[in-house]
Design a protein around this ligand. Sequence first.
Ligand SMILES: *Cc1c(COP(=O)(O)O)cnc(C)c1O
Length: 228
Amino acid sequence: MVNDAQDRIKKIRDQIAQCAMQTGRSDKEIKLVGVSKTRTVEEMLEVIPWVDAVGENRVQEAGAKKEIWPTDVSVEWRLIGQLQSNKVRKALSLFDTLDSIDSLSLARTVERVASEMERSVPVLIEVNTSGEASKAGVAPGEFLELFEEVLNCPHLQLKGFMTIGPLTENETQVRKAFAQLREIRDKAESRAGRLFPVLSMGMSGDFKWAIKEGSTMVRIGTAIFGSR
Ligand SMILES: *Cc1c(COP(=O)(O)O)cnc(C)c1O
């Protein structure tokens, strides 16, 4: 049987490698997260060998999938959608990383619950670089306060930052948003005196631009699984 998703991933990997090369990097520095929201476990299992992680944006959906997930298939589960405080405990039991920390109150809740669960959790801070009100993420003007808070949470391990590019096909505008996240990361590193290597940016429509702006993690749904 021909596995279409597998073919599509191979093409995406080639494009990732090409863009990485153009910026003097190796494709090994760039993780491919298969965004599996709305997809069945069966569809997911077809691609697991070729992705570095799966990304889900709803706690409940991920929970239902993990209930029927085969015990012999292991993959990293990343939460990439907005997290409500009342779902933090469930999220911590389901996900390996929380990529969408976007407010002080969420950071504090995750810290408290992770501490109760005696768990240390890798996180990303999500920044709204597009200025679009509908987009999740902390506003750049409020970033610093959230960043300092996360650094002070002993059960949160800050690995880097995430953003969703603006909804436009204008390359200049999209790349500007990605460049902004990279600059935020650079400032954060010099402020904290340590590295935050993960820049999660780029989706099906804009991952090539994201890589050219320094992305180390692309989140791809449609280009792997087809349209939702
Ligand atoms: C759905 C989603 C994606 C993937 O989008 P595609 O355009 O299907 O590749 C990436 N990141 C987040 C946060 C999403 O919600």
